[in-house]
Ligand binder design. Structure first.
Ligand code: DGI
Ligand code: FE
Ligand code: FE
Length: 192
């Protein structure tokens, strides 16, 4: 799908702020793909659609999670997590995008998962560091992303978990599994 077509597809689904965020994620994902040898076109499309479902009514997202038999434990955790798997589903259903690598990058952009692909890592990190993001610690992760994709990703996941814990929010187990898997791979890399 052409960039303009994809952007015109998502724009009516998003607020102005979220659309600007999406453009930032797109630019950042493409530049990370260039730097780390990822697929630039897939990074572009995955980034454009990553928050496609962000503003769907909770009830609609809940129904999709039930009917499509997505992990049912999602329903026990913050509804902010739902737009990622539901976004992958609707991107396929409504925009006709069938590339599983792209759909997985959308599906796992909030929690990550163990064994993330390069494209999944690129979209997760681009979402975290795009130029419109301003939270504490983001500059450090931006600098790390210029050097080492995995280390930047570990920092981003750590920051996310600590941010949630400081606010006394639950952490979705998949987010911890992502963190543990990245640490394990990083340590294996040092030893092996
Ligand atoms: O959609 P974005 O705001 O661009 O970013 P996102 O999809 O990475 O995260 C959306 C929200 O989900 C954000 O406010 C943090 C929250 N979140 C991320 N991981 C977890 C989580 N919330 C819970 N409860 N548990 C998680 O593991
Ligand atoms: Fe998101
Ligand atoms: Fe986002």
């Amino acid at each position: 799908m052409e960039r303009e077509t994809a952007l015109n597809f998502v724009k009516p689904q998003l607020t102005e702020h979220r659309y600007e965020h999406t453009l930032g994620v797109m630019e950042t994902a493409i530049s990370l793909a260039k730097k780390y040898g990822g697929h630039e076109k897939k990074a572009e499309i995955a980034a454009i659609f990553h928050d496609y479902a962000k503003f769907r009514p909770k009830e609609e997202m809940k129904q999709i999670i039930i009917e499509q038999n997505f992990p049912q434990d999602l329903l026990d955790f913050n509804a902010e997590l739902w737009h990622a798997p539901v976004g992958a589903y609707l991107t396929k259903k409504e925009a006709g995008i069938t590339d599983e690598e792209i759909l997985n990058a959308i599906r796992y952009h909030t929690s990550g998962r163990p064994g993330m692909t390069l494209l999944e890592k690129i979209v997760y990190l681009a979402d975290y560091i795009e130029p419109g993001r301003q939270f504490p610690g983001v500059e450090e992760v931006r600098q790390m992303a210029a050097e080492n994709l995995d280390q930047a990703l570990i920092k981003a996941v750590q920051n996310t978990i600590m941010f949630l814990m400081k606010k006394n929010q639950q952490v979705y187990p998949e987010t911890f599994h992502t963190y543990n898997d990245l640490i394990r791979q990083w340590k294996d890399g040092l030893n092996g």
